[in-house]
Design a protein around this ligand. Structure first.
Ligand code: ANZ
Ligand code: ZN
Length: 852
């Protein structure tokens, strides 16, 4: 009888050995190829959750694989540690944000270390460490010098009761989260990063990011939102002035029925001085949220100013001028012409205020006499009509024509417009990186001299009063002006936490350098070869990091432009939820599943409704705590379940049965090695019988399959293959010398293939198999390709019906592989005579037909 696998003892033993031997310490070495694997850094909320476990397991598999494959691997970890929750904890629990944050980090570090990650912990930092943010202040100053930073007035959420600026998260349904008072908008001077300068490069480079998910590239493209259009002036009738509008649809100009100004448009402000009703309307608009989403969802409302403009193409055609809540000042020119027939917002607006709806684009199959717009604007393609000189053109042709006409009559010109706005990094909060600026009444905003960095956050702050504690602090603000030395005031805004996470990946490379943010080591490690994280960061974080990298290049901190060569975004983790008879969610621990598929509440025997899997969240009580799983079954079990259950890009449903299955497999692996009757060391191969030969082939084929699966993130496929190998090895009879030899080889390979996924038990197996070296230092196994030949087939390739070549492929090669191999063949290419393949028909394992 063998002893049971003591998972706790084994896992902590190996974690201790890895730490003592510094097995994962990364040292730059230009003679070796590098590989930088990074999982997105966690926010130190207090405990790790299953999402972290999945994210870090995926990154760890890649890191361990690449290490075994001979790369010099960097795999670091840190903490995205600034932000609002720490301030809230400080206020609610009277604990300093730093204490709360570092406590949480300590907890979570222990939890992560229990996962057995191959992290170089010597490079760890938290973004709230002064030793990190002082370098960020230096970057800010360099960006300022380089013209990437500027200051301007911008709208902020203002809580009139608490007298403070609110973050977007603190505005709930248009009200301050504490005071409940309707939030107003206020203009404040704030700091901006000029990301729009890079709108085009950021957009164009997306097409080179071949190893990013398509959906992420599309989201970034939409966010940058490049659109071609026109900027044109409508002359006012009653005064010598005009209104400039931006449109992406100059083709619809003949369908215009009104002009609308943003409530923040200068002309609206001017008119409001003499028009109390307009002033009241603008004030009402200011109570709604500032975000685009809020504006989009709100009811369309307007105010008729009484002004009229002339249509650009017809001076006798008058259009009324409204102020409308859906026009943003920050986009285009802050004014639009409305074409209700072809824009949904304009249509709703026109219906409300009784304005004309004149269609000017006729859908392909429609008829001019019967086509009508009722409740839905038509935004599709078609032919222009009701539009004089543009009649008969397609939408695209009419756009070009209309712009030419606008330019001819001097009313405007064609323009390219981006949706992307400059990035406002000012936050009126304490727990962030102070912006290193001093405001002087004579010299203006003066950068803090580099020798005076870091500008440290004061420790003695209170959170009793609403608002920014840096502002309330009795002395911190006071500093002499660096230029004229008269008393001046420090900037009390801190950086948006997205700034902290825009360059952390670079800092890991130079984590030990004190006198500058980055050094030559960053040039060695960067870019990140494989980035792994949640798709929720697909837009802002990744775009900001891409911008930051370009700005760091321009200011000579790095040599690269794109920070992340390959990106993998993992799916979410869900779990079923349990609903009691009173409709409330209850904890899984209070639920008993019955064999007939129903469920019962243990505490009172009432019935329980089981819902399909939903994203784990506290409110639904369907959260499984990783710590508990690791306590009970060990980290390898959690890792195995994460990897085996579904493809990693998909959502995964956490189930007890799945965990049990993983746990049982671990124990089986243990028994396989503990009970194995095999030669102690690698002895020369004896002549192999049929069975031994067959299974040796499985072993070597598994090496190839798993290597391929890993490279493609097909981890669930890799787990399936590894299980097949274990099954095959079970069929060997170790009483026979040849089969015992193959078993020994197979078990060695099995341990090696498991290494990236289940690092603890794999080390344990490796040791039990008699090796005196560490598995994590052992090179990746090499398949003997000669053994795989059996597994290949020779197939015919025809070009235009004539046999031109035969090629040898692995049995069951994919259609794409077969097609590729056929088209690469010399004889086939000669037969195609330079013509492209019009069609390729693959009959797997038999024939490839090329039509050229
Ligand atoms: C007339 C028109 C006719 C428009 C039509 C659309 C359809 P994208 O594509 O996102 O760039 N627009 C321009 N500036 C705006 C602002 N500051 N606030 C709100 N809306 C604004 O959007 C461009 C279109 O959004 C522009 O084209 C303009 O309406 C509107 F059948 O002009 B359009
Ligand atoms: Zn001064």
């Amino acid at each position: 009888m063998t002893t049971r696998y003591n998972v706790q003892a084994s896992e902590s033993k190996w974690q201790k050995i890895w730490a003592e031997k510094q097995s994962f310490k990364a040292v730059a070495d230009s003679s070796r190829p590098k590989y930088y694997v990074l999982s997105m850094l966690p926010y130190p909320s207090g405990r790790i959750h299953m999402g972290h476990v999945r994210n870090y397991t995926l990154g760890d598999v890649v890191a361990r694989l690449k290490r075994a494959q001979g790369f010099n691997v960097l795999h670091p970890m840190g903490w995205d540690a600034f932000g609002l929750p720490a301030e809230n904890a400080a206020r609610d629990r009277k604990i300093h944000p730093a204490a709360w944050t570092y406590d949480n980090i300590k907890n979570m570090r222990t939890e992560l270390q229990r996962m057995g990650l191959s992290i170089d912990w010597s490079r760890e930092f938290a973004t709230c460490d002064v030793t990190y943010y002082k370098h960020q202040q230096k970057l800010f100053l360099d960006f300022l010098k380089g013209g990437f930073v500027y200051r301007k007035e911008a709208w902020a959420n203002w809580d009139p009761v608490d007298q403070t600026v609110l973050a977007n998260e603190q505005v709930i349904d248009g009200k301050g989260w504490r005071s409940g008072a309707p939030v107003e908008k206020r203009k404040l001077s704030q700091w901006f990063f000029r990301i729009t300068e890079y709108a085009d490069p950021l957009l164009n480079a997306l097409s080179h990011l071949k190893r990013w998910p398509e959906k992420v590239r599309i989201m970034q493209e939409n966010w940058i939102g490049k659109s071609a259009g026109a900027q044109l002036r409508f002359e006012l009738v009653d005064r010598k002035d005009s209104i400039e509008v931006f449109t992406t649809r100059p083709d619809t100009l003949f369908g215009a029925s009104f002009i609308a100004l943003s409530p923040h448009h200068p002309l609206a402000a001017e008119l409001a001085q003499k028009d109390a009703k307009l002033a009241a309307f603008i004030a009402e608009c200011n109570t709604a949220g500032t975000s685009e989403a809020v504006i989009e969802a709100a009811e369309k409302k307007g105010y008729d100013t009484g002004l009229k403009t002339r249509h650009v193409f017809d001076e006798n055609w008058m259009l009324p001028v409204y102020v409308a809540n859906f026009v943003l000042m920050e986009y285009g020119t802050g004014a639009i012409f409305g074409c209700p027939a072809h824009d949904q917002r304009d249509l709703e607006f026109a219906h409300k205020y009784g304005l004309d709806v004149l269609p000017v684009v006729l859908p392909p199959d429609a008829d001019t006499t019967t086509f009508k717009i009722t409740n839905e604007a038509y935004i599709g393609p078609g032919k222009i009509y009701n539009s004089g000189p543009l009649d008969g053109l397609t939408v695209e042709e009419a756009k070009i024509d209309a712009i030419a006409k606008i330019e001819q009559c001097g009313a405007g010109h064609g323009v390219v417009q981006y949706r992307l706005r400059d990035w406002c990094i000012s936050r009126q909060r304490y727990w962030g990186c102070p912006i290193p600026i001093i405001h002087c009444s004579t010299c203006g905003a003066v950068p803090v001299p580099e020798k005076d960095l870091p500008v440290k956050l004061p420790d003695d702050v209170t959170f009793e009063k609403p608002g920014n504690p840096l502002d309330h602090h009795p002395t911190w603000k006071n500093a002499p002006c660096p230029k004229c030395n008269t008393p001046a005031r420090r900037e009390t805004d801190t950086c948006d936490t997205f700034v902290d996470s825009s360059w952390y990946f670079a800092r890991y490379c130079s984590a030990h350098v004190e006198d500058k943010p980055l050094d030559a080591e960053a040039d060695y490690w960067l870019p990140v070869d494989q980035y792994v994280g949640g798709v929720e960061h697909a837009i802002l974080h990744l775009l900001y990091a891409r911008f930051f990298t370009r700005a760091m290049k321009a200011t000579h901190h790095v040599k690269i432009e794109e920070p992340f060569t390959s990106l993998f975004t993992q799916g979410m983790i869900g779990h079923e939820c349990y609903v009691a008879t009173n409709g409330e969610y209850i904890y899984p621990a209070d639920v008993q599943k019955n064999s007939n598929g129903t469920a019962t509440r243990i505490s009172d025997g009432t019935s329980v409704r089981v819902t399909p899997s939903e994203k784990m969240s506290k409110s639904k009580m369907n959260v499984v705590d990783p710590d508990k799983i690791i306590d009970g079954y060990g980290a390898d079990t959690a890792r195995l379940f994460m990897l085996s259950d579904s493809p990693p890009e998909r959502d995964l449903e956490w189930t007890d049965a799945g965990v049990d299955g993983a746990w049982r497999y671990l124990n089986r692996l243990w028994r396989m090695v503990a009970d194995a009757q095999i030669p102690a060391q690698k002895t020369p191969m004896p002549p192999l019988g049929e069975q031994a030969e067959k299974i040796r082939r499985v072993t070597h084929k598994t090496i190839v399959d798993i290597t391929n699966a890993f490279e493609r993130f097909h981890f669930n496929g890799a787990v399936a293959k590894v299980r097949e190998l274990s099954n095959a090895l079970d069929d060997l009879d170790s009483a026979k010398a040849d089969e015992a030899w193959v078993l020994r080889e197979g078990l060695d390979v099995l341990a090696q293939l498991l290494g990236p996924m289940l690092p603890h038990i794999a080390e344990e197996m490796w040791e039990k198999l008699g090796h005196t070296t560490m598995l994590c230092d052992t090179p990746w196994p090499k398949a003997d390709l000669a053994l795989l030949v059996e597994d290949s087939v020779t197939i015919a390739v025809q070009v235009n019906g004539k046999l031109r070549a035969t090629i040898t492929l692995p049995r069951d090669a994919s259609r794409t592989d077969a097609e590729e191999a056929a088209l690469a063949n010399e004889n086939v290419q000669r037969a195609m005579a330079g013509n492209p393949a019009k069609k390729v028909i693959v009959v797997p394992n038999k024939i490839v037909n090329v039509v050229a």
